[in-house]
Design a protein. Structure first.
Length: 163
């Protein structure tokens, strides 16, 4: 994996997140907080889980291993979530912009929130994070569509077509 490929994936990730968040801005507070049968609950739980993944992986790549998790209750409103995600998105893209090909292929160590130590190749986890986001954006898109606010197509090829 090289830096140019990773940059493309993270620009896509940001684009797709923005489409989901723009659609989510149209839901009511009740819809934002509503529970569902998805693995992380409703829209808020699903979005918080995706944000948490971006936050914790960036920290791990930067050499720290947080032991806390972001929780849905940390975000009582959509705007509180969107604001936090905007800040995290900038930090994540800054990390990606500054990574080198050598670093992408290097190993790093971290500890899970349960205290288990791991050693991984950086680019493996960076691709994992984008893939992970795809799963949860699809869940959020399904919820948003049910609420009458489809985000539209969020596939990588549509992003590439817009470039």
């Amino acid at each position: 994996m090289n830096k140019q490929d990773v940059i493309l994936l993270y620009k896509y990730n940001h684009w797709a997140n923005t489409k989901i968040l723009n659609a989510a801005a149209n839901v009511t507070q009740e819809q934002f907080l509503a529970d569902s049968s998805f693995p992380h609950g409703g829209l808020r739980g699903t979005l918080v889980h995706a944000l948490f993944a971006e936050w914790i992986w960036r920290h791990r790549w930067e050499g720290t291993s947080p032991v806390v998790r972001l929780k849905p209750d940390d975000f009582p409103t959509f705007e509180s979530l969107r604001s936090r995600w905007a800040d995290e998105g900038k930090l994540l893209l800054s990390f990606v912009d500054n990574v080198t090909d050598e670093r992408l292929n290097s190993h790093f160590f971290y500890t899970s929130t349960q205290g288990t130590p791991y050693e991984k190749v950086l680019w493996h986890t960076m691709v994992h994070l984008v893939n992970h986001g795809t799963q949860h954006r699809a869940e959020a898109a399904a919820l948003l569509t049910d609420f009458g606010h489809s985000p539209g197509d969020i596939d990588l090829v549509y992003f590439i077509d817009e470039m």
